[in-house]
Design a protein around this ligand. Structure first.
Ligand code: AMP
Length: 219
């Protein structure tokens, strides 16, 4: 059965960065509801229009919208390779809906991996981050391109910052995480699929810890 991994953790914990690395290391597919929602906003779809203001304020988009967008993505063929859910589920309702969706196709969650970090450090992590248009992530302090202004991966020179990656919105996003998402750690612990890793160290170290866990559970 193809693995279904969930990355849990507050904004800035490194879910997106590590999910992309797991794609490279294990050939899995990253499914980020944040990326799917940003694409919907950019395309001006009805879901995107409904989500835009909530996202800008750092709140959570309604379960209905998020689930519809995720189901569409999960209907595509590439997910058969196995998936890493990044930023989903974020509420108890989404977690229950995911269980149902997976059960319909005879699948279940392989592991939910909680990236454990200190809130205080997350504001600096999130406020300093930016990405190349190819998707490669950078940070003002922690991960600068080798040659300033040029992407190490694709050589591109166009970078962007997310509008919700500012200190004020990050506080609201952290509050939403603690109120609605952190309880899912206990939910997955009760199911016996929870793994915890310390995600305060360098990106390469966290990649290594994650790779060990994933190699163990997908072997
Ligand atoms: P992210 O890229 O995961 O940090 O998500 C960016 C924003 O998209 C969040 O602050 C929420 O407004 C929205 N979002 C992403 N995923 C979800 C989700 N699973 N449930 C509700 N809102 C979400």
């Amino acid at each position: 059965m193809a693995p279904v991994l969930i990355l849990l953790g507050p904004p800035g914990a490194g879910k997106g960065t590590q999910a992309r690395m797991l794609e490279e290391d294990f050939g899995l597919i990253q499914l980020s509801t944040g990326d799917l929602l940003r694409a919907a906003v950019a395309a001006g779809t009805p879901a995107g229009l409904a989500a835009k203001a909530v996202m800008a304020a750092g709140g959570l988009v309604s379960d209905d919208i998020v689930l519809a967008i995720l189901k569409d993505r999960m209907a595509q063929a590439d997910v058969a390779k196995g998936i890493i859910l990044d930023g989903f589920p974020r509420t108890a309702g989404q977690a229950a809906a995911l269980d149902t969706l997976l059960a319909q196709s005879g699948q279940k969650i392989t592991a939910a991996i909680s990236l454990e970090v200190d809130d205080d450090a997350m504001i600096e992590r999130v406020a300093g981050r930016y990405t190349c248009t190819c998707g490669e992530g950078y940070h003002d302090t922690f991960k600068r391109p080798t040659h300033a202004g040029t992407c190490d991966k694709c050589g591109g020179t166009t970078f962007k910052r997310r509008p919700d990656d500012n200190a004020e919105t990050v506080r609201d996003r952290l509050a939403a995480y603690h109120a609605q998402t952190a309880p899912l750690i206990a939910y997955y612990d009760d199911k016996g699929v929870l793994e915890r890793i310390n995600a305060m160290g360098p990106i390469a170290e966290i990649r290594e810890s994650l790779a060990q866990i994933v190699a163990g559970i997908t072997a």
